[in-house]
Design a protein around this ligand. Structure first.
Ligand SMILES: Nc1ncnc2c1ncn2[C@@H]1O[C@H](COP(=O)(O)OP(=O)(O)OP(=O)(O)O)[C@@H](O)[C@H]1O
Ligand SMILES: [Mg+2]
Length: 270
């Protein structure tokens, strides 16, 4: 049996897969990396911890702006622990029919003890946002309540990760259920340079140069910077060039930076 592939009704609700990502693939502040690697070690030491009636921390709330590594960090935890990453499909989770969403949640939580994995409720604020937009406040209450009950009664070895850009939309009662909250932030220049070095490993580009360009494009997310690296490589290939000269990288990063500034200007509230 492929342990990453759920069957039956729950198959539509979860997307599962084994992950190759490891700590070497992610750039984060030292404290965040330490915390994540500590969580991995705790989960590996589950049996020893249980001898002392202690469990590893396994309910994690990831928060922070887009493109800063929340989803990637969930994949890294899955990869490091050798567990499948089971992503909850929010489009399938929510139903127009009364009670069906709560039932879907129950089906997902039934899987946790059966199929050990890292269960990712990505874009978790969908729950809170829907409450703001939808007429049926009562139904949304029920969903939050059943989520809280399910998370309280779950004693499985699976990890539960909820990721959100909008922690302010979440109930305080939801926050309390998590063992750890981890904040993800936009990279500083040194972290941006580290990301560039990681993405451009095959090319011979000096670290000093990467640091300099990173300083000129501050404000970019890790995801934007990664995308700019891909753009630079595309331009190099289409030009028939055999090496990624520094100018390809500067052009792509500055393009991305301009786009980013325009986006920021058109949505001043962000
Ligand atoms: N901290 C990081 N280190 C290395 N690469 C990163 C990092 N953050 C983002 N990336 C790159 O950007 C891509 C998208 O990032 P990711 O999906 O993890 O962002 P996110 O924080 O989950 O954003 P969103 O809030 O939009 O879901 C990753 O697959 C990776 O290529
Ligand atoms: Mg994400």
């Amino acid at each position: 049996m492929d342990i990453a592939r759920p069957r039956g009704e729950v198959a539509d609700l979860l997307e599962g897969g084994h992950r190759q990502e490891r700590f070497r693939d992610i750039v984060l502040p030292e404290v965040t990396l330490d915390l994540l690697s500590r969580i991995v070690r705790e989960n590996r030491a589950r049996a020893e911890l249980e001898q002392w009636q202690v469990t590893p921390r396994r309910r994690l709330l990831f928060q922070g702006p887009p493109g800063c590594g929340k989803t990637l960090a969930a994949a890294v935890l899955a990869g490091e622990l050798g567990l499948p990453l089971m992503t909850v499909r929010f489009d399938a989770l929510f139903s127009r029919f009364l009670g069906a969403t709560a039932n879907h949640l129950r089906l997902i939580f039934d899987e946790l003890p059966r199929r050990p994995g890292v269960y990712l409720f990505d874009e978790f604020d969908a729950v809170g946002q829907r409450r703001a937009h939808e007429q049926d406040v009562g139904e949304m209450r029920r969903i939050v309540t059943s989520f809280l009950q399910l998370i309280d009664t779950d004693r499985s070895a699976s990890l539960i990760i909820a990721a959100t850009n909008h922690p302010e939309l979440l109930d305080r009662a939801v926050f309390r259920r998590f063992d750890v909250e981890i904040g993800f932030e936009l990279p500083n220049a040194a972290q941006l340079a580290q990301l560039l070095a990681l993405r451009l490993t095959p090319f011979d580009i000096s670290k000093t140069f990467l640091k300099q360009v990173a300083e000129r494009v501050s404000g970019l997310s890790y995801a934007d910077a990664a995308r700019a690296c891909d753009d630079a490589i595309r331009a190099m290939v289409l030009d028939g060039a055999s090496a990624l000269s520094e100018s390809y990288l500067v052009c792509a990063l500055e393009d991305m930076h301009r786009k980013h500034e325009r986006r920021a200007a058109s949505s001043p509230s962000k």
